[in-house]
Design a binder for this molecule. Structure first.
Ligand SMILES: [Zn+2]
Length: 340
């Protein structure tokens, strides 16, 4: 081989080496995790490499089952208290900085209800933070059913599914720590005790937290709420309050979901109406931009299981948990390396 060609090859190698050392392509050093086993992202696009861990839907499903096994988790009942204790113990295993915010609130019917907002802080001293949330309580009656309408529901999808996904994300965060970003997981209580006709009668736990955050002056760059994320036929349209308050976050999450192959769940169309859920109060009172990933049909309803006795483990599907869980996990690990 002529000497000149050798020099040329050496020069090309040198250029490649210099390119590889640019900060933009060194994302792995900025906090991505060496043990992660599901690589996403691309070096050729000029974006940092993101090693998001693989979301385990079997594990998330088991976390949903465990909650349902307590029975209905209606605020003020022994089952509710027992589940709160289990949730706190479980999260503490993954995030030592886990605490329960306890309060008493007055419901629309005048009842005094206990609220246990369970809060896990990963990397509690990090300045940059994002917030993930779901409600863990269940509705006290099956008012949308045709039978036993005064009996409480199991809330496998409406409540437990979002929490199951977040507990699995907590497990992943503990196994694959991020050092450039703080993540707070808040399990809001007493979301579903409301009366449809009484304004602000739902979401009592998140309203309380938004007025009294666990850390005074608490800030997060943004939040993602999960609600009813388990149904086999779930679709996630872009919820209108989320589009109003946090359009960039909607864009990130839906683009990531589509990129990962979950386009049949993450539909790039708005919901028919805005939805009042915990994120609305976090947006309005705590002033943290927050979106809601929530099952809502094109026709504008939550599905046949909603607030009925059909909301049991039959409406919890591992592929749906996986689509949501892997998407949110990837967004979190991308955020850690300032992917966007
Ligand atoms: Zn509900």
């Amino acid at each position: 081989m002529p000497k000149q060609r050798i020099s040329l090859i050496a020069a090309v190698w040198l250029l490649l080496l210099l390119y590889a050392c640019q900060p933009d392509s060194g994302g792995q050093q900025q906090g991505a995790t060496p043990n992660a086993n599901n690589q996403t992202g691309s070096q050729t696009s000029g974006k940092p490499v993101v090693n998001a861990p693989a979301f385990n839907a079997d594990s998330a499903f088991a976390f949903v089952q465990k909650q349902v096994d307590f029975g209905p988790r209606v605020p003020g009942t022994p089952e509710h208290k027992a589940c709160a204790e289990w949730l706190e113990t479980t999260l503490k295993q993954y995030a030592p900085a886990t605490n329960t915010q306890s309060a008493t609130v007055t419901a629309h019917d005048g009842k005094k209800l206990p609220v246990y907002n369970i809060i896990a802080a990963f990397n509690p001293n990090a300045a940059r933070r994002i917030l993930l949330a779901a409600h863990w309580d269940t509705r006290p009656n099956a008012d949308q059913d045709t039978e036993r309408t005064d009996q409480p529901i199991l809330g496998a999808n409406d409540g437990a599914s979002g929490v199951g996904v977040l507990l699995e994300i907590a497990r992943l965060l503990a196994a694959n720590p991020i050092n450039t970003l703080g993540v707070d997981i808040i399990l809001f209580d007493t979301e579903d005790y409301g009366d449809y006709g009484v304004e602000n009668s739902f979401c009592l736990g998140s309203q309380y937290w938004s007025k009294n955050p666990h850390t005074p002056g608490y800030r997060a760059e943004y939040g993602i709420l999960l609600d009813m994320v388990g149904a086999p036929d779930a679709i996630f349209l872009q919820e209108q309050n989320s589009l109003s308050y946090a359009p960039d976050v909607v864009k990130k999450v839906w683009a990531t979901g589509n990129e990962l192959g979950f386009g049949s769940y993450f539909i790039n169309k708005p919901t028919r109406t805005p939805i009042t859920d915990d994120h609305l109060y976090v947006n309005q009172i705590a002033k943290i931009p927050m979106i809601d990933i929530i099952h809502y049909t094109y026709e504008g309803n939550f599905g046949a299981f909603w607030h009925t006795h059909k909301d049991n483990m039959n409406v919890v599907s591992k592929p749906t948990l996986h689509a949501v869980g892997q998407t949110v996990t990837t967004v979190v690990y991308r955020e850690a390396v300032s992917y966007w």
